[in-house]
Design a protein around this ligand. Structure first.
Ligand code: ZN
Length: 147
């Protein structure tokens, strides 16, 4: 699971994407329901999800890496499809690590989040509206961008 500090550090070192307003992190597998043409819902497991109708939200599962975060942030910023987002995410992630090593803790910009103490978006109903299912015991941490 990515921590708040890791999320801030990664997004502070990326000048291509703007940091999303809401980052939701869950500790249990992220399951997204997709509705097929036949009408039945199939479940898919994801490292991260970016609901296309909420460009201010990215959702990260327990296996999400820094690359996942940038990948979902690209979807949120540019609404690119997978075919473009996948390679761009890889390139940005490599650049991000190189920059981090060279800058020795200095950041290109200062991105800051605070943990939400509970709101509509991170409630079960809110997550359901984003078509994300979090198991009963799952915990969702909601970070709201303040800078
Ligand atoms: Zn919240």
């Amino acid at each position: 699971m990515l921590t708040k500090e890791e999320i801030e550090e990664i997004l502070s070192n990326c000048f291509v994407v703007e940091a999303p307003m809401h980052v939701l992190v869950t500790n249990l597998p992220l399951v997204h329901s997709k509705y097929g043409r036949a009408g039945g819902a199939t479940l898919h497991f994801f490292r991260g999800i970016q609901p296309s109708w909420r460009s201010d939200v990215v959702i990260l599962g327990p296996e999400a890496t820094g690359e996942t975060l940038l990948h979902e942030a690209i979807h949120a910023n540019f609404m690119f499809r997978e075919v473009l987002t996948y390679p761009l995410g890889k390139i940005l992630w490599i650049g991000n690590r190189i920059r981090r090593n060279r800058m020795l803790g200095l950041r290109m910009k200062d991105v800051k989040y605070v943990e939400c103490s509970g709101c509509m978006l991170c409630s079960r109903e809110g997550l359901r509206s984003l078509r994300v299912r979090v198991p009963e015991k799952g915990k969702v941490t909601h970070y709201v961008r303040i800078q």
